[in-house]
Write a protein that binds this ligand. Structure first.
Ligand code: SF4
Ligand code: SF4
Length: 236
């Protein structure tokens, strides 16, 4: 029996019923930029970096179901310009100062910026005032770098069973909330071995006393583009 197929940038992609465009494309070796998507978790569809055109309409590839005969556009100048703008906005909505960040070289936001050819932030920085939480003996939470991907929220709830994190507020007032009476990480059951502490795509959740164990220049995205690394990590 012929398997259902859609076209992505003119390339045929076969898929299994129930797969999203992101899942089918990744399985076929086609990279669609993304930040809040992680194949280990339910899709969230919030960062919009994976916006593709499906039969002429903008859709989030991580949530939109694949269907037979779809015409999908992914790697186009228009879509990459949109993604570059989204990435620039993520930089200015937080406090992203890469040269002083322990995550530099291992950071998906930074790597996506390189991949998309972002050369400056373009917009004025918002410099939001966000609280740093160093209360936990093993974990540092630097909210300045949070991009609200909700991966820690999903990991803590669905894998660790601890429900430590939530996202509150809207727009520039969005905040990562720690679910404890004091609002501090030290007063939650989170541990450094939890999935929630390992899944952050940026430098917002860091394990203490491990900084710069891997030298700059030898980190994941110093050696591979985010497209190469992502396809290697996520292909079934
Ligand atoms: Fe740069 Fe990523 Fe650190 Fe932000 S989290 S400062 S983008 S390396
Ligand atoms: Fe995502 Fe990290 Fe922010 Fe959690 S702390 S929402 S994993 S960026």
């Amino acid at each position: 029996m012929t398997r259902p197929t859609f076209q992505i940038d003119g390339k045929p992609v076969t898929f299994t019923e129930g797969q999203t465009i992101m899942e089918a494309a990744t399985a076929a070796g086609v990279y669609i930029p993304h930040l809040c998507h992680n194949p280990e978790f339910e899709p969230h569809g919030s960062c919009k970096l994976c916006t593709v055109k499906v039969n002429g309409r903008n859709c989030s590839a991580c949530t939109f179901p694949a269907a037979d005969g779809q015409e999908v556009l992914n790697d186009t100048a228009e879509l990459n310009e949109l993604r570059r703008t989204i990435t620039q906005m993520l930089f200015v909505e937080g406090n992203h100062l890469c040269p002083s960040c322990e995550k530099s070289g291992n950071c998906q936001l930074q790597a996506a910026a390189y991949f998309l050819g972002m050369t400056d932030a373009h917009f004025p920085f918002f410099y939001p005032r966000r609280e740093l939480d160093a209360s936990h003996p093993d974990i540092l939470l630097d909210r300045d770098r949070c991009i609200f991907c909700a991966l820690c929220v999903r990991a803590s709830r669905d894998v660790d069973g601890k429900n430590v994190f939530a996202i509150g507020g809207r727009g520039i007032d969005s905040r990562l909330i720690v679910n404890s009476p004091s609002g501090r990480l030290a007063d939650t059951p989170i541990a450094a071995t939890d999935k929630a502490t390992r899944v952050c795509p940026v430098g917002a959740i860091l394990i203490k006393r491990h900084g710069f164990e891997v030298p700059i220049g030898e980190r994941v995205y110093d050696r591979h583009t985010i497209a190469e690394e992502s396809l290697e990590r996520e292909e079934p």
